[in-house]
Design a binder for this molecule. Structure first.
Ligand code: GRF
Length: 201
């Protein structure tokens, strides 16, 4: 059985990348991370990639280039690894169609909130504030396709509700969300890989 190839884009800690690397190694995932790209030098996730023997590439945007020019260069780099899927796992740059248009239905994104909620940065903090304001009693995590430039939106691949308990601090909620993300991301990738094998994707 052919294993799928993944390119993972990160900007920071890379705990989700680590979950994917671990699942790839322990047989939970029929896929290999073939490259990790970070727009930020010094991202901890780069060290995680190196430890796993995966190419770790720092790829910052220069001030002189437009977003589109950067994204086209990024697409060239990613394409050179022939990925079956491109995983945005804590990638904190908004991508333009200069990148997205090059990989139709191959880009997936992880968002630490449920579909249609708390798009953009600090989603967990905003969900916690909404809970304290009696607006919500649960939040969650989703993995979705990235088909256009809309932020944290796109056809949902999978989602998981995370209830917020009265005793939770913000730190507790963050820990719950991150643990949930690690599981859901691996599960979603495996679901797509299985579909590819069955010829549905
Ligand atoms: C995750 O919560 C992800 O959903 C969000 O940024 C965080 C990245 O965490 N977009 P990590 O770098 O994978 O640890």
């Amino acid at each position: 059985m052919k294993r799928a190839s993944l390119v993972v884009l990160i900007s920071g800690n890379g705990s989700n990348l680590q979950a994917v690397l671990d699942a790839s190694r322990n047989g939970t995932l029929d896929a290999d991370v073939v490259a990790v790209v970070s727009n930020k030098a010094g991202a901890v996730g780069l060290e995680r990639a190196k430890k796993a023997g995966v190419p770790a590439i720092v790829f910052p945007k220069s001030k002189e280039e437009t977003r589109e020019v950067y994204d086209a260069r990024l697409a060239d780099l990613v394409e050179s690894y022939h990925p079956d899927l491109i995983v945005l796992a804590g990638w904190m740059r908004l991508l333009t169609m200069a990148f997205i248009g090059r990989f139709p239905k191959k880009i997936i994104n992880l968002h630490p909130a449920l579909p249609g909620t708390f798009a953009g940065v600090n989603a967990i903090e905003r969900a916690y504030a909404a809970y304290e304001n009696f607006e919500i009693c649960s939040t969650g995590v989703m993995v979705h396709y990235v088909l256009d430039e809309s932020v944290d939106q796109g056809p949902v691949i999978d989602q998981q509700v995370v209830p917020i308990e009265p005793e939770y601090t913000l730190h507790d909620l963050e820990a719950k969300i991150h643990a949930c993300e690690h599981e859901l991301l691996v599960k979603s990738i495996q679901q797509l890989v299985t579909q590819m094998e069955d010829g549905h994707a």
